[in-house]
Design a protein around this ligand. Structure first.
Ligand code: F6R
Length: 612
């Protein structure tokens, strides 16, 4: 949510900044802006809309040559997505420029104080107050001014600033919002995430909470908001720039859908130790702690929440520990019952989702143990958790989550099996057998991808449909929710997922002639579930629905009731979401593309939601 880049070095800053913004645009695309400092002057160009608009402006009004600069791509919170609200924001004397990600919660009182002091604000944003406060606090040292201002701010923020009177430095600060430093040779970078500078360096410095960083071409200095030297962690990014390119696909989403076999395989790599035991990345919880767990609570948002719903089935089945699943944004406000023996599992691709972050903080305040399932190394949620299981999906650029979802399903199964191992609810050989079943998933997903063309054709056929319903039972229910979410966010269509058995309690009234209904059929081995859903398909078909049936290969029993049959490989029930979701991702992607929508950057959305 909002992308930020800062640069100091020997290259033309505006080029480095624009390239970084292109990689960060998935974080928000309401406006874009760039600022450089040259000849003791700060100059800004900014424009509402996508980055292309800013590039056009820069072609008409080029910036002076400078090797110090910063940029921003916006997801609007305070103030409409207009030119005047686009970042960077400046003070009245145009000495300082600021970009910001997050929300400054006390901005109204700060704004009132500034206005009482005679300052004229030029935008509706919360960010602008920071530029005026920095200008007032500046006494020759921008980092010192930044620390003083940050101590007055409440809320979540990443800030990056430059000052005309100190043209050799770019200063950043963070509280509850992401900011990473890239260490280059004779050049350094700031970025909302490493993709901002990945084509220049893979050496990254992770900043902690409430820290200020000054970057110069040969120096990185990090302090706390009180000015004390701060501890930082350096690490190497384990993917390169090509991972953040489209690689010949029309959309990042399509590329990421096709990367799923590898993402699933990578998430499984190295999980069995020499003694044949399952091991996880950073399990900083002792076996004793895990044996004492008497309840698991899973939290996440959107797609991550759906993988949490799937996790409930595996964890309860293999460990017999009761599991609750909740959307993170609701969690802490209902005073949940938590304690030392509650394991809270936070699922987040980005590791920065504010609702999830606030939920885990609440859980830790109640002394619960927190385990993060996350895709971004070093992001805030895993850093603030007691244990981490990383999903190795690589960078997910498309706003709609695909490969992260599949790897989250793998990760929750690994966690379930790990708990079963530690608590002795499964024998070692059973665990290995389940790991082997997981190991067969990359090939199964590959097969789905090879046979998914009819789903594309169907999507093009249904381009004018008014609504689509999705039905599932057991783990097929979260898959139905995920299929509907993908269609809503990409094709802007009314789409709903239901538990198939719940349909008769109301939603069946929605069925009308030719309404497309996608049904996820459980494996035939689950006979009771399977028979029930076959009845459900007949019920909706009798009422005129057009049935699109996703069922395991060779399931002839459903064929007579399917207007379109989408076969997927036969896999164990708990793993069926891994194969059954893929056709739904392709369907949504193709339908959005057929409607002429921007698949990678759907309207109103941003990839990493760092506001509550
Ligand atoms: C949907 C989607 C969102 C995210 C949600 C959580 O395609 O991408 O629903 O899943 O915003 O994001 P993370 O996983 O980064 O916490």
């Amino acid at each position: 949510m909002c992308g930020i880049i800062g640069y100091v070095g020997q290259q033309k800053a505006v080029d480095v900044v624009i390239e970084g913004l292109r990689r960060l645009e998935y974080r928000g695309y309401d406006s874009a802006g760039v600022a450089v400092v040259a000849g003791n002057e700060v100059q800004v160009r900014r424009r509402a809309g996508k980055l292309a608009n800013l590039e056009k402006l820069l072609a008409e009004q080029p910036l002076p040559l400078s090797t110090f600069g910063m940029g921003h791509t916006r997801w609007a919170t305070h103030g409409a997505p207009t030119d005047r609200n686009a970042h960077p924001h400046m003070d009245e004397a145009a000495q300082v420029a600021v970009v910001h990600n997050g929300i400054i919660e006390n901005f109204a009182s700060l704004r009132a104080q500034l206005e009482d002091g005679g300052v004229m604000l030029a935008s509706d944003t919360d960010t602008e107050v920071v530029s005026h406060l920095l200008a007032q606090a500046f006494d020759g040292d921008l980092a010192e001014a930044m620390r003083a201002v940050c101590r007055r701010l409440e809320g979540a923020f990443t800030l990056v600033a430059i000052h005309a009177a100190q043209p050799d430095v770019v200063v950043g600060a963070r509280r509850n919002s992401p900011l990473v430093v890239g260490r280059g040779e004779g050049e350094n970078f700031l970025g909302s995430d490493v993709s901002a500078f990945i084509s220049h360096t893979r050496h990254a410095v992770e900043l902690g909470q409430d820290q200020v960083v000054e970057i110069r071409p040969h120096q990185i200095v990090v302090t706390t908001f009180d000015g004390k030297p701060a501890d930082v962690k350096e690490y190497e990014v384990d993917w390169d720039a090509s991972a953040a390119e489209k690689g010949g696909y029309d959309y990042f989403m399509l590329k990421e859908i096709h990367e799923q076999p590898k993402a699933v395989a990578d998430t499984l790599l190295g999980r069995i130790d020499d003694d044949g035991h399952l091991q996880l990345d950073e399990m900083r919880l002792s076996d004793e702690d895990l044996r004492e767990i008497d309840k698991v609570v899973i939290i996440g948002c959107g797609t991550a929440y759906h993988s949490g719903l799937i996790a409930k089935y595996s964890i309860e089945h293999w460990t017999r520990i009761p599991v609750e699943v909740e959307v993170a944004s609701e969690f802490r406000y209902r005073d949940p019952i938590l304690g030392r023996h509650t394991l809270v599992i936070a699922i987040s691709q980005s590791g920065e989702t504010m609702d999830t972050l606030m939920a885990i903080r609440h859980a830790r305040e109640q002394e619960s143990r927190v385990l993060a399932i996350c895709n971004v190394n070093g992001s805030t949620i895993p850093r603030e958790s007691d244990a981490v299981v990383y999903t190795y999906a690589g960078p997910e650029i498309a706003v709609a989550s695909t490969k992260a979802f599949l790897t989250q399903i793998v990760a929750v199964n690994l966690v379930a099996l790990y708990l079963a191992q530690v608590r002795g609810t499964k024998w070692g050989d059973e665990i290995i057998r389940h790991i082997d079943e997981l190991a067969a998933m990359p090939e199964a997903v590959d097969r789905v991808l090879d046979t998914v063309e009819p789903m594309r054709a169907l999507a093009r056929e249904l381009v004018d449909a008014k609504a689509v319903l999705f039905l599932g039972r057991h783990v097929g229910y979260p898959v139905a929710l995920e299929g509907a979410l993908k269609l809503k966010e990409l094709a802007y269509m009314h789409a709903e997922g239901f538990a198939a058995g719940e349909l008769k309690h109301g939603p069946i009234a929605l069925i009308e002639q030719d309404l497309p209904v996608v049904v996820i059929v459980p494996p035939r081995s689950r006979k009771v579930l399977h028979d029930k859903i076959v009845s459900n398909i007949q019920e909706i078909r009798a009422r005129g629905a057009r049935t699109i049936v996703i069922a395991e290969e060779g399931d002839d029993t459903v064929a007579p009731y399917a207007d379109t049959l989408v076969p997927v490989p036969a896999v164990p029930t708990l793993l069926q979401p891994i194969v059954a979701t893929v056709p739904l991702q392709v369907f949504a992607c193709e339908l959005a593309s057929a409607k002429g929508y921007d698949v990678d950057q759907p309207r109103n959305l941003a990839k990493s939601v760092t506001v509550e």
